[in-house]
Design a protein around this ligand. Structure first.
Ligand code: NCD
Length: 341
């Protein structure tokens, strides 16, 4: 496969191969010289039609660590404000020789459109499309969970999946591309997923998703969870009132201080608290929870660079005009798995 558009397309083998390659990339990040020559001479364009801090910076850092040339394109301040279409923008980038386009767009399906037309010949990576998917976020979340899960089991993370891990994803599921991508990927990796949200913040048809659904966060925690992923309340996508008040929301669906304490009382000493960021502190997550030793928020950001390096490497190396340099023993084998990503 040439593009990374959705976690629904990933087989177990694909997912493990990306996570294992990301482990190799993380090892490079520990070295004194953190840069690899693997994508020298290749051009990665970050095409962002929607605001982003960590995802854009993370892709930029990943591409630079692989020695690619990076062009950052933000729709604000560009000809898109003058009404230029996605097609014209894409063709302009193509004419400039882009090898990969990392696209974030407010419209669900925009990356698929880019990948399925002949507007551009580059590899397309979906960096978040509307309320649809955000595959690299789910992969970095899975990477973070896998490190934790294998550490608890005292085994190597390379090659492991998440069989048996209980994950609760709580909050604004309706508007969350992170939740959608996570549900598909976690199911593939063998985890047991429960979505927790007020009924107004669950999408129609959620009962067909491969997960459980609950309206009660305390009940879900009490049944036992190994990771709780809190989702941001996406005010910018809300054109209606989805809950009575922010106070009511944080009391019922936020990971507040009393729920943080309940993990201790219930004897769940190894349960981690995740959030993709940006966080609304005091709304879906309390400051104490976000900053507690259980929180993986910063580890997720760190792991994001390794996972995006892996995605760029696997998509861009191997088919090249120039052979890709091999960053480490494990990655040396990676190009052979590339076709299947
Ligand atoms: C997420 C996104 O943009 O979908 N954030 C991110 O990529 N770090 C989640 C969010 O905005 O709440």
């Amino acid at each position: 496969m040439k593009h990374l558009l959705s976690t629904q397309d990933l087989s177990l083998g694909d997912a493990i191969s990306i996570l294992d390659t990301a482990e190799e990339m993380a090892a490079v990040g520990e070295r004194e010289v953190k840069k690899l020559p693997a994508l020298r001479g290749r051009t990665v364009v970050n095409l962002f039609f929607e605001d982003s801090t960590r995802t854009r910076i993370s892709f930029e850092a990943a591409a630079k660590r692989l020695s690619a040339d990076v062009i950052n394109f933000a729709a604000k301040g560009s000809s898109v404000s003058k009404g230029e279409s996605l097609k014209d923008t894409a063709q302009t980038l193509s004419a400039m020789g882009a090898d990969a386009v990392v696209i974030r767009h407010w419209a669900s399906g925009a990356p698929h459109r880019l990948a399925s037309t002949d507007w551009i010949d580059a590899a397309v990576i979906n960096a978040g499309d509307g309320t649809h998917e955000h595959p690299t976020q789910a992969l970095l979340d899975a990477f973070t969970m896998r490190r934790h899960w294998t550490q608890l089991a005292g085994i190597e993370s390379q090659g492991a999946d998440l069989t048996g891990m209980r994950v609760a994803i709580a909050g604004d599921v309706l508007h969350s591309r992170v939740a959608r991508s996570n549900v598909w990927l976690l199911r593939t990796l063998g985890a047991d997923v429960t979505l927790v949200a007020p009924p107004t913040l669950l999408p129609i048809g959620v009962e067909q998703w491969p997960c459980k659904v609950s309206y009660d966060l305390d009940e879900t925690i009490a049944t036992g969870v190994d990771a709780v992923m809190m989702l941001r309340v996406q005010g910018e996508r809300m054109n209606d009132s989805f809950f009575p008040s922010t106070r009511e929301y944080s009391r019922r669906w936020g990971f507040d201080d009393s729920r943080l304490r309940s993990l201790d009382t219930l004897g769940m000493k190894d349960t981690i608290i995740m959030h993709p960021g940006p966080m609304n502190r005091g709304l879906e997550i309390s400051a104490a929870a976000a900053d507690s030793p259980r929180s993986t928020v910063l580890a997720q950001v760190r792991n994001g660079v390794s996972v995006r390096m892996a995605a760029l490497y696997l998509l861009l190396s191997g088919d090249t005009r120039e052979p890709a340099a091999t960053p480490g023993a494990g990655v040396a084998a990676a190009p052979s798995t590339k076709e299947s990503i």
